[in-house]
Design a protein around this ligand. Structure first.
Ligand code: ARG
Length: 392
């Protein structure tokens, strides 16, 4: 019998997919669930997968690997698709693809499957990821193949086959959540003119329901890695989780945008990414203190490219790897602290310092201590403007 490893979320789609693959391809289905943010109840997840006909269930907490191997490079790259989206969902998919391929090898399965829809970006990320790691694997995408056309049909199918499904009412939105952020789409959000209702948000408070007093926080970085919050040393995952909770309480990190999907559609998306917003701003701010102008300006162009690669599912590619090396090459300078202020939905940098700082008060000051050579400015200006002089 054929063996298929399915990326399993425990939701209705992938639960039906277990049974559907088993029956359609007379295959043995092994489920794989990854925790990249929320930790689900392993027992419940296993029961559901088994009720749908899974022969085996892998459940793995991959938060640490996600934080170190995907989020950290994205932070160094200041990756934001179309200048706004911190790519939480997009960064998670290549890791899931990687584990699918590894489990398939271990189980001697010739096939992997996923529950991504046929019109989104996620199918691209999972399938390109799988193919660049093992092009011999066959890939099944039941949601592109099967004939269910509504949720009701899927529920009826689940009922008929004794598949356990969540009893809680389904949210009107499609939500993907991990430690780097929450992606929310569908339902009333499909009208781009309509303000997202409060119930769309998962981890942030609206600005008018945040504490009135400002909250000051200090983040210390060592060689580009955020290592402590308010003087307390923390490893990456707990630090990100803490910043999500803190930022969320102060309403920071909400985004509402119309973005260009790879498959050609424009879609309205709402995102919540308090930790990503705070860490990106802090890291960028520290870089402005320690990097020279040319490097700072040039790397922004590469950030744009990097964000596209991640969004387009091109994680396992030479260019992404090369860009990671570029961004990593100067991180040893990015050591220091950034002080920030959270208040009523806003986030501001209020201070920064670094032992590697290139800021010189002697040169910047307008006071009597000034050591800047003004006389040299004259010659510099003469030559700088020379090509543009208007001859009459
Ligand atoms: N548009 C985002 C992306 O392509 C998020 C998609 C996430 N899926 C969801 N169910 N909301 O990365």
């Amino acid at each position: 019998m054929k063996k298929v490893v399915l990326a399993y979320s425990g939701g209705l789609d992938t639960s039906c997919a277990v049974r559907w693959i088993r029956d359609t391809y007379s295959a043995e289905v092994i489920c794989f669930s990854a925790f990249l943010g929320e930790v689900q109840d392993r027992k419940v997840l296993t029961q559901r997968a088994r009720s749908a006909g899974a022969s085996k269930v892998y459940i793995e907490d991959l938060k640490k690997e996600f934080a170190h191997d995907f989020v950290r490079p994205a932070l160094w790259a200041h990756a934001k698709y179309e200048g706004k989206y911190f790519l939480a969902t997009a960064l998670g998919r290549p890791l899931i693809a990687k584990r699918l391929v590894q489990i398939a090898a271990k189980e001697r399965a010739g096939c992997v499957a996923h529950g991504c829809s046929g019109k989104g970006n996620d199918q691209v990320r999972v399938e390109l990821g799988v193919r660049s790691l093992n092009s011999k694997l066959k890939i099944l995408a039941p949601l592109r193949e099967w004939s269910f056309s509504s949720r009701e049909e899927e529920i009826a199918y689940a009922k008929k086959h004794g598949i356990l499904v969540s009893a809680t009412k389904k949210s009107p939105y499609s939500i993907d959540k991990n430690i780097w952020g929450v992606s929310i789409e569908a339902g009333v959000l499909e009208d781009p003119w309509r303000e997202p209702p409060e119930d769309a948000y998962r981890i942030t408070r609206p600005p008018d329901r945040t504490p009135k007093a400002p909250y000051y926080l200090t983040i210390d970085f060592t060689a580009g890695i955020p290592v402590s919050l308010n003087g307390k040393r923390m490893s990456l995952v707990p630090l990100i989780e803490r910043l999500n909770a803190l930022g969320g309480r102060y309403g920071a990190g909400r985004m509402d945008l119309v973005e260009n999907r790879l498959v050609g559609i424009k879609s309205r998306e709402v995102y919540e990414a308090p930790a990503a917003t705070i860490l990106n701003l802090a890291h960028e701010e520290l870089e402005s203190l320690v990097l020279d102008r040319e490097l700072m300006h040039y790397k922004r162009l590469l950030s744009e490219k990097y964000s596209e690669l991640v969004y387009y599912g091109l994680w396992f590619t030479p260019l992404r790897e090369a860009l990671d090396q570029f961004f990593a090459s100067y991180q040893n300078r990015v050591t220091g602290s950034v002080r920030m202020k959270l208040q009523c939905g806003s986030l501001a940098v209020v201070g920064r310092r670094s032992p590697r700082s290139l800021y010189s008060e002697r040169l910047a000051t307008y006071s009597a201590r000034d050591e800047f050579d003004r006389a040299a400015a004259e010659g510099f200006l003469k030559i700088w403007g020379l090509p543009y002089e208007k001859k009459r």
